[in-house]
Design a protein around this ligand. Structure first.
Ligand code: FES
Ligand SMILES: [Fe+2]
Length: 424
């Protein structure tokens, strides 16, 4: 293996190679108050989540007209009803009845052209308009046109549905995504994917779990048996350094190394049966048409390293789309309180086409389960450590540039009176 293939950034990071410096970020210690302060959390609620475009789902959750799903956004204290109306348009509404404020839809998803509030039976159409009021005549000048569900600004980028909780968003989704949206447009997501969802609620700040997916520095230490063999190499990439790193305004991305010499250990009977020669072990790489198309996209693995396993891309504030050789996955890091988080990992993998493939996917899912337990358990420990007040700052190395970027962006939004000011 030659060093060119390994990529410039796996060498000793000097100024030229530094992701941190190249992104214009600082290099000093970073304050930890945003992980433990209830006051900071209130500012995040109002100024970050209250003004950003937030991912709520994927278009395939609304396969046909009258499909709907409900998304609870706890930090915004909102129950959001996302529908595809008769014309096929995706819309979102507050799931709140115009009569006296009851939640209208109480199941998670389905298909219906009418939503009926259980309290007094007001009904709404999938475009949010009020369709029926029992005993209408006993009201006083009720203007049904004004009593539809309250619309929430909604937009779709590459099949991902976003909402903005401001009554009148200060920024469009296009401008919010900026160069990230342009760079990652047209990434092929593959067809007929099966979805595996892993959810966890735990006692740690939302950014701690996000941080755990923002860098690979921790991989050899925390994931020695699960991830490290595929993400590092004893000689070529001992510390699991990223292959590339980039910021796109509010958003950022890094590419993960994949060990081309990885082979399942001799005692891993199931993995040996299930997996072909893999890059990254966990990631079930192959050279199918789908994978080759993904690899060819200019934004994916931008330095086109051969020893690549996955790209982690972070859309501010709390959504990651990660592209890999064996499918793609997303993270939603939803804050619940300053020390409580609801995390949703959705893995989308190609449907199995053979018994061996099925076994491989089952192994993949089980391996993910192990990895997330390692991360979540660790996050709760960090929360405890930080809440002790022992440390005011953390020290970030170059491979942790995404954490620094997040901290700087977050602080901008928290301090800015307007979105325009936050975007400067
Ligand atoms: S609160 Fe919904 S019908 Fe009365
Ligand atoms: Fe991890």
């Amino acid at each position: 293996m030659n060093d060119m293939v390994m990529g410039a950034h796996t060498g000793e990071a000097g100024a030229k190679d530094s992701f941190t410096l190249a992104s214009g970020l600082g290099t000093g210690p970073v304050a930890v108050d945003s992980y433990i302060s209830p006051e900071f959390f209130e500012l995040e609620r109002k100024r970050v989540f209250g003004r950003s475009w937030l991912h709520v789902g994927r278009i395939d959750q609304l396969p046909q007209k009258d499909s709907y799903f409900v998304k609870e956004i706890e930090i915004c204290k909102a129950s959001v009803l996302v529908t595809r109306n008769e014309e096929g348009k995706v819309q979102a509404f507050h799931n709140v009845c115009s009569h006296r404020g009851n939640l209208v839809v109480t199941d998670d998803c389905g298909e219906s052209s009418r939503f009926r509030c259980a309290y007094h039976g007001w009904t709404y159409q999938s475009d949010g308009s009020l369709a029926g009021v029992p005993d209408h005549k006993n009201f006083f000048d009720l203007n049904k046109k004004k009593c539809g569900l309250t619309a929430i600004a909604t937009d779709v980028w590459e099949g991902w549905i976003f909402v903005n909780m401001q009554r009148e968003p200060e920024i469009s989704l296009k401008d919010f995504l900026g160069s990230y949206g342009e760079s990652f447009a047209g990434v092929p997501y593959g067809k007929d994917h099966q979805t595996l969802v892993i959810e966890a609620r735990f006692d740690a700040n939302w950014k701690l779990i996000m941080d755990a997916f923002s860098e690979s520095y921790h991989v050899p230490a925390i994931h020695p048996a699960t991830l490290a063999p595929g993400f590092s190499h004893a000689v070529h990439n001992k510390y699991a350094r990223p292959l590339s790193g980039q910021t796109f305004g509010l958003h950022c991305a890094w590419s993960a190394y994949g060990n081309p010499e990885y082979a399942p250990p001799p005692n891993s009977e199931v993995e040996r049966l299930a997996c072909k020669v893999d890059t990254g072990g966990l990631l079930g790489s192959d050279f199918s048409e789908e994978v080759l198309q993904l690899r060819a996209h200019p934004a994916v693995n931008p330095t086109k390293e051969a020893c690549w396993s996955a790209d982690v891309t972070a859309i501010f504030p709390n959504f990651n789309i990660d592209y890999s050789t064996g499918g793609y996955w997303t993270h939603e890091f939803w804050p619940v309180a300053h020390n409580k988080t609801h995390w949703i990992l959705t893995i989308r993998i190609p449907a199995a086409t053979s018994v061996r493939h099925r076994l491989q996917l089952e192994h993949y899912a089980a391996r993910w389960g192990e990895i997330v337990l390692e991360d979540v358990t660790n996050c709760e420990r960090i929360q405890k450590g930080l809440e002790s007040g022992a440390k005011d700052v953390m020290y970030l190395q170059d491979g942790e540039f995404m954490i620094r970027h997040m901290q700087e962006t977050l602080r901008k939004w928290v301090n800015a009176e307007t979105v325009a000011e936050a975007m400067k």
